[in-house]
Design a binder for this molecule. Sequence first.
Ligand code: CAA
Length: 383
Amino acid sequence: MTIGIDKISFHVPDYYLDMTDLAHARETDPAKFHIGLGQDQMALIPKTQDIITLGASAAAKILTADDKKMIDMVIVGTESSTDFSKSAAVTIHKLLDIQPFARSFEIKHACYGGTAALQQARDYVAAHPDRKVLVIAADIAKYGLHSGGEPTQGCGAVAMLVTKNPHLLAFNNDSVFYSEDVYDFWRPAGHDYPLVDGHLSNQIYIDSFTRIWEQNKKINQTTSSDYAALTFHLPYTKMGRKALRAIFPEMSETEQQRLETRYDEAIIYSRQVGNLYTGSLYLGLASLLDNSKLAAGERIGLFSYGSGAVSEFFSMTLMEDYQQYLSIEENQLLLSKRKRLSITEYEEMFAEKLPTDGKTYTFSDPTKFAINKISDNIRYYNK
Ligand code: CAA
């Protein structure tokens, strides 16, 4: 039986910061951000929106009434949870009117959570072939104003519907995993922002990829030529490029160019959004599907990395006529219609937080699924 991603969509808020503006404000050469990190814009989120807003908005674009009757699980991969106990998934389940006899829960391991959710979805559909699973990878990457990680912030959500006989991509059941207990990036309880050893995190990312790539070659008996494209977790777009180039010595120059061209197509959206932690790999996948001319039957490799560190490499095969099931214009419009904020507006938006005193406050953000009230520390959302 073929199982895979039947539909994919993403959502980002209506605001962004241009990286040249950030560079000028931080007295940095703009080339460091645009070329050195590979980022042109950074998605910004107001206090009236959170991962529930982002995740519900992404999923609402792809779900039909029939899908909502067939979904047995809603899994949210995130490291930006709004609650240590209640999951974002159960609120999204309600906002989207998914049939009530469903499992809804959150999965966490840094930027790896979305992949854990996706693989769990695959296993569920293998056991229940007529049912569907909604996977959402949603995050808000914030490191703090003037911090080393500031130019690698961002936010957004990717939603994927996992079914049998999918329209887009089929799993090949060839996952290879790797775990290493390391403190490159972590966020202990009580910390608003992660603690991060940036240069160590870059090194562990590359080491994890090269190790898992070797293991993949051994276990799955593949070489780079078996993949039409290799996609990567994208904390900033230069990161995946560095990992890809780490395996260039084993390839011809033509092969290097082929994979780097596909890589450039896979980072078009991320260059405009920045890091969405667990959604970043899948925003890259969406960008590849929308911007590459690939053929049915071709195989795409996916490298998922979650600091701390867990990584996974797996592949998916493109389905017949997959192009018909993409929303390319809608995705491009979502990015192009956003409002560019000034540095002052960005810093003000960054500093604003929802109150935590338990009193009642109302808000008037008209955005679909935005927070319209907080009371007793319960968030209420537009529907
Ligand atoms: N023109 C062109 N390039 C320039 C330049 C200029 N004027 N000035 C600097 N650069 C280049 C540098 O040469 C460097 O390129 P290489 O990496 O290819 O050598 C690049 O710009 C970055 O420069 P620095 O290393 O000096 O930058 P930095 O010290 O400010 O740190 C960072 C960069 C470590 C990524 C930091 O932004 C950070 O800590 N970010 C958060 C952590 C992160 O994203 N880690 C990624 C791996 S972990 C992960 O993937 C999980 C996750 O999502 C967080």
